[in-house]
Design a protein. Sequence first.
Length: 193
Amino acid sequence: MTAHAFSVGPGRLQLVVADITTLSVEAVVNAANPSLAGGGGVDGAIHRAAGPRLVAACLAHVREHGPLPTGQAVATPGFDLPASHVIHTVGPVWRGGVHGEPALLASAYRESLLAAKALGLGSVAFPAISCGAYGFPVEMVASTALRTLRQGLMDCLAREVTMCLFSDHALDVWREAWEALQGALPPAPPAGD
């Protein structure tokens, strides 16, 4: 598994190339559609690996609460996954960036961390939400996600966040986005100030 790890406040951020359905974390985040019905990409992989009880739990949630709005998150058990929970979130479809997409994407990441925190889950693995079929530019997803996740770690919403990526090229893009984000931070004040 190719990986980079960074300390962030009291927590840790990892960038890895791996199959999210095999990670030993307390929660995996699913890049879901509003109906929570499974589909292609990571959504389909998580549904297949978690088994039919996940489908039933998702359908029951939608029957009771309606479709999951973009930028929101809801947790279910992980069923047959190594993770005890799946946190489903709906990322935005890219429509040129003038329809609030970056804010909705940040909300999807932050609401997922808040859902994990509410359940007392400290280790969370995320896919690259809204990449692929939703058409969000990878560099913009990386920048928005990493900024949001860094703040979540600083706010102690999790102790360990793993960004699970699909290729070494994606890993390089995310590592570069992390380095750019770190370079954009103001220097820490000297001790004693």
